[in-house]
Each structure stands twice: as C-alpha cells, then as structure tokens.
Design a protein. Sequence first.
Lengths: 172, 172
Amino acid sequence: MTNLEDYIRDIPDFPKPGIVFKDITPLLGDAKAFRASIDRLAEELSDVACDAVVGIESRGFLFGTALAMAKDVGFVPVRKPGKLPYDTVSREYSLEYGTDRVEMHSDAVKKGQSVIVVDDLIATGGTATAACELVEQLGATVSALGFVIALDFIPWRERLGDRDVRALLRYG
Amino acid sequence: MTNLEDYIRDIPDFPKPGIVFKDITPLLGDAKAFRASIDRLAEELSDVACDAVVGIESRGFLFGTALAMAKDVGFVPVRKPGKLPYDTVSREYSLEYGTDRVEMHSDAVKKGQSVIVVDDLIATGGTATAACELVEQLGATVSALGFVIALDFIPWRERLGDRDVRALLRYG
C-alpha cells in the first residue's frame, strides 16, 4: 500500500526562514501515489453530500478537479482577484501582515447545493474559510472540506469554526 | 454527443477592451462536459509518447492533472516565479509589454523522457514555448502540446516552431 507521506518532501526555510514547506510535487509526479491520494480523499469524503467540488487556486486545482471527476460532479474554481472573467462574489481575509482576497463566479454554485471545498493543505485556514464564506454567501452549504495535508500545530480551527474538516495526513 | 463549444462562454472586453475571453468555467462546472474534454484530449494525444504531463499554472493544472491520470503518468507543474520550493530551472519570455518568467523543478523531468505540455488555451504561445524550453533544457523531449482551445487568429506558430500542437476547439 502506498504511503503518501513518502511522497511529501520537506523544504526547510521556504517561503521564509523557520517555515518547513510541504512540497507535494513528488506526489504529483508519481502516477500511483497521485491516484492513491485521490482515491483516499474520495473515500474519506464518501459519506458527505456533494453536488460540486470547489478548489482553491492553484494547488487546490490539482486535487479538486481529480476529486470532482472521481465523484462525478462539476468543479468550481476559487481564484485570486481579477482572474475570473464573469460576475463574481469576493471575500477578503487577513494574513499575518495585511489582507488578501479570493473570488468565485456568482453563478458557480446554486442555492441549496452541498459542496466540498478542497485544497492541498490547511495551515492558517484563512483562504479555506473565505472560500466557505463565498459558497455560503450564494446560499449553498459546505458539507465538508478536504485536504491532503493538515498542519494541526497551526490553530486553523479558530477560523473554520465547527465546519467538517477531513485530511489524509496530519502533522503536529 | 457533448458539444464542448456549448460550454465555453465568450466574455467581451476581458481582461482588456477588444479581447474576447474564452471562459472555461461552464465546462469545468459540468461533470459530463469536463470528462468529455479529458477523454477527447487523451484520444487526440493517444499516438504520442508520454512519460509525464507538464501543466502550466494555473488553468493548465485543471486539464493537465486529469490528462495525466487518464494516461496513467505523473504530473509536473510549471509555475510562476517563486512558487516552487525546490531547485528550479527558469525561462523568461516576452509579453506585449515587458517580460514574464516560468519555472519548473530541475528534478521534475528526466533526460530522455517524452512529455506532453498542457494548457487550457493557446494564444500568443509565449508561456507554452517557455514551458517546452524548460523541458528541453533538462534533456527531455516535448512529444506534443495539448490544448482545449487554440486561437488560430493569433500567430502562436511563430513561437512554437514545428512542435506538434493538438487542440480540441479552434477559433479563427
């Protein structure tokens, strides 16, 4: 059985000193390991209502589209400002210094739908929470969030509240 | 049979006046249409040697990962500067005004491999050509490039040279 952890490479001091970055490119580069990660995400989320998968730019695109295909539902991108061409809803969130913003097309999810929000990794939970709020603003429900990696030593739970968070690999 | 063109939305004057942007989010949002696009890309590229799929940030991630899974090979991301954490090779290319740059991990493709470079759309061919040059710099071969959309009224061929370019939808 594939041990996914073997395909995550630790990069010390990236993007800045003191941070150990979890590099997922070895996982993506191995067809068997990548497929295993999608199979396990689908299994981990098999009990969850899912009319669409929402993926966060841009590593959430890698796992989100594959999960959407596995679950046979559509895929919705959440993007950085100015990238989506049609009418959008938008949400600001705070960073360590300053703020950032994400957008979603206003016709991307429909009132009453249940969606799964996907990214490669959860750390502070800022982007993931903003993505959930965009979904909820359009009258849909986030039935769960799915991540390959959760950095449990960072207090992302404070932001995400009681939302249902699933992850394949947990650190801390 | 699914007509992919029905799932591409024209957005006039995006990102700037005079440009008609091809919005692929309706295609992504429809499970059947998205799957059809991947099946047809795989079919269109079925005769091409492929040890890995290289996808260009970030819409190339959407189609590239799904194609890599369909072809049962690994996926390699080409990214904007500063995003990839490990040792990289890097290539500059010219824009209408100024230049831009893309990067790939230096261990991402191996000498002698054949790869397919994927993006959602080819317009000027600047990023696609830079991605090919990164692959070739590492001693691998670009056996073909695959796009959902080719804007044939833009002279991308001048940049791409005699590389093998396949596309599902052609405009112009």
